[in-house]
Design a protein around this ligand. Structure first.
Ligand SMILES: [Zn+2]
Ligand SMILES: [Zn+2]
Length: 465
C-alpha cells in the first residue's frame, strides 16, 4: 500500500494524491495548478502518472484547485468512476464547464499573439466538450454512507465545512491482512462558518493528509467581518467609488451575499447596488438552493422564513459580457463581486484594469492569494501591477479581510486534529500550504503529542504499514 503526493505538495494549488492498493490506483483530487504561466501550463498538461492507469478518483470538493484538471485526466485516458458528494457533483458540473470555457478563451488569446510572431497555435488544456464528457464519470453519494469503490477500498464522506459539498474523505483500506484507515481533509473549513455545517470528526485514523494553508496564522473572529464590511462600504460611499471584490464564485461569493443579507437585517446596509458579475457565481448560487442537506440550523431557518437570503433585492446578477462592460460606465458607488478569486482570469481582471488606478476605488481582498498571482501582488500593495500586458499604478485603496477565510486557521486546525488519537495515528502528512505554514504547524502538532509529521515533496511516495 503506497501513497504518492502529486500536487499541493509544498504548495497550495493542484491538489492530487495517489494511492496504490491491491494492484489498483486510486487518485484523491485532480486539481489545477495555478502559478507562473509557463510552469502552470507544463504541470497541468503532464501528469506524473499515466491517466489510463488510474482506476478510481475520489474528489474532496469542487474548487478548481482540487477538481479543475479532471477533464484533462479523462481526455488523456482515465475511464474510471469519480466519487464525490451530491453537491460537489452539481458544482463540479458548472465549474468544470466554466473552467473549460476559460481554457478555450486563453488558448485563443495566446494563439492570436503567436500568430503575430509567426509561432504555432496552442491547444486549450481541455475544451467544454471534454468537460462535459468527464461528467459522465461522476457518481455522487450522500455524506456518512459508506461505499465500496474498489477492491479493498471503502469511502465515507464527512462534512468539512469549507464550501457546499466539501468533504473530509475517509478511506478504509484492506490489503491482505492489513487494515488501514486514512483520512484526507481536502480543505478544512472553520467552525461556525455561515451557511454550512461545522467540520466533522470522522473517528480515529492511522494516516491523515491535512491541508495547512493557515498553519502559521490566526484569522480575525468572524463576527468582526460584518463590522469591517460595513466600514468598507461606508468608505466607498464617501469616496463615491466602486468596491471591487475578487471572490471565488463558489463559496466566498455566497458567503458575502449572506453577510450583506445580515447587514440588511441589522438595518446597516446602505442603498448600494451589489453586482454579482459572474455567470458561474449565479449558477453556483442556484445550486445552493438545491442542497439544504448541507446547511446549518441558522441558514435552514432563514430559508424557511425568507425567500432566499442569497438573493437580496439590491443584488443584480450579471450574466452577459455586455452587461458586465456596462458596469464601467456607472458613476455612483457600487459593489462588484467577480471571479476569479486570485485575479488570474475572469471578469475581475477587466474591472481591475479599468479602476485600479482610480483613488476612489476600493479593492477588497477576501480570499487566499497564492504566490505569483495578480491577487497576491495587489494584496502586497505593489505600487505597479501588470494587467493585460500594461503597467498599472495601484492607486485604489486595498483592504484585506482575513476573517472571511473558508480555511481553518492554525488554532482551528490544531483543535480539529487534536480530536484524533495520538496512539492510533501513525503519520500526519501536511499538504496545501507554503513554507512557514508547514514548519510552524508541524511544531504545533508535535506539541499536541503527534510523533510523525511529514511535509511530502512532489512525487514522493510513502509505504502505508
Ligand atoms: Zn477549496
Ligand atoms: Zn484548496
Amino acid at each position: 500500500m503506497k501513497l504518492t503526493f502529486i500536487g499541493a505538495a509544498e504548495g497550495v494549488t493542484g491538489s492530487s494524491h495517489l494511492l496504490d492498493i491491491n494492484g489498483q490506483k486510486i487518485l484523491m483530487d485532480c486539481g489545477l495548478y495555478q502559478g507562473r504561466r509557463e510552469e502552470s501550463i507544463e504541470r497541468n498538461r503532464r501528469f506524473l502518472f499515466q491517466p489510463q492507469h488510474i482506476d478510481t478518483l475520489v474528489l474532496s470538493h469542487a474548487h478548481t484547485d482540487h477538481s479543475g484538471n479532471i477533464p484533462n485526466l479523462v481526455k488523456q485516458g482515465f475511464r474510471g468512476n469519480i466519487f464525490c458528494t451530491q453537491a460537489t457533483r452539481d458544482l463540479a458540473s458548472i465549474m468544470l464547464q466554466d473552467s473549460a470555457f476559460l481554457q478555450e478563451k486563453d488558448a485563443e488569446f495566446i494563439t492570436k499573439r503567436h500568430r503575430k510572431k509567426g509561432l504555432p497555435p496552442v491547444e486549450p488544456l481541455y475544451t467544454v466538450e471534454d468537460a462535459q464528457a468527464s461528467l459522465e464519470h461522476f457518481i455522487s453519494m450522500p455524506y456518512h454512507k459508506t461505499l465500496t469503490i474498489s477492491n479493498g477500498v471503502d469511502v465515507t464522506f464527512y462534512d468539512s465545512g469549507h464550501i457546499i459539498g466539501s468533504a473530509v474523505v475517509v478511506l478504509d483500506l484492506h490489503e491482505g491482512s492489513r487494515k488501514i484507515r486514512l483520512a484526507f481533509t481536502g480543505d478544512l473549513g472553520r467552525p461556525h462558518t455561515p451557511i454550512l455545517r461545522d467540520p466533522e470528526f470522522p473517528g480515529n485514523v492511522n494516516y491523515l493528509i491535512t491541508e495547512s494553508t493557515y498553519g502559521n496564522r490566526l484569522h480575525k473572529p468572524k463576527d468582526k467581518a460584518i463590522e469591517t464590511l460595513k466600514s468598507v462600504i461606508d468608505g466607498a460611499m464617501n469616496r463615491n467609488g466602486k468596491i471591487l471584490i475578487p471572490a471565488f464564485s463558489v463559496g466566498r461569493t455566497q458567503e458575502l451575499l449572506y453577510f450583506f443579507f445580515q447587514l440588511r437585517e441589522q438595518d446597516n446596509l446602505p442603498d448600494i447596488p451589489i453586482f454579482v458579475d459572474s455567470p458561474l457565481a449565479i449558477d453556483a448560487t442556484n445550486v445552493y438552493r438545491l442542497h439544504p442537506e448541507c446547511f446549518d440550523a441558522e441558514m435552514r431557518r432563514y430559508m424557511a422564513e425568507n425567500d432566499n437570503p442569497l438573493k437580496l433585492p439590491n443584488v443584480v446578477f450579471v450574466r452577459t459580457a455586455e452587461e458586465s462592460k456596462r458596469l464601467n460606465d456607472l458613476t455612483s458607488p457600487c459593489i462588484i463581486l467577480a471571479g476569479s478569486g486570485m485575479c488570474e482570469g475572469g471578469r475581475i481582471v477587466h474591472h481591475l484594469y479599468n479602476h485600479i488606478s482610480n483613488p476612489s476605488t476600493t479593492v477588497l481582498i477576501v480570499g487566499y492569494m497564492a504566490e505569483n498571482t495578480l491577487g497576491r501582488k495587489i494584496l502586497e500593495r505593489q505600487p505597479t501591477v501588470n494587467i493585460f500586458g500594461e503597467a498599472k499604478d495601484v492607486r485604489a485603496t486595498v483592504v484585506v479581510m482575513n476573517n472571511f477565510s473558508a480555511h481553518a486557521d492554525r488554532n482551528e486546525l490544531l483543535a480539529y486534529i487534536s480530536q484524533f488519537s495520538t496512539t492510533e495515528m501513525k503519520t500526519i502528512f501536511l499538504v496545501h500550504g507554503e513554507g512557514e505554514a508547514f514548519t510552524s504547524f508541524r511544531d504545533g502538532l508535535m506539541e499536541k503529542g503527534f510523533s510523525r509529521i511529514v511535509v511530502p515533496k512532489r512525487g514522493e511516495s510513502f509505504e502505508l504499514i
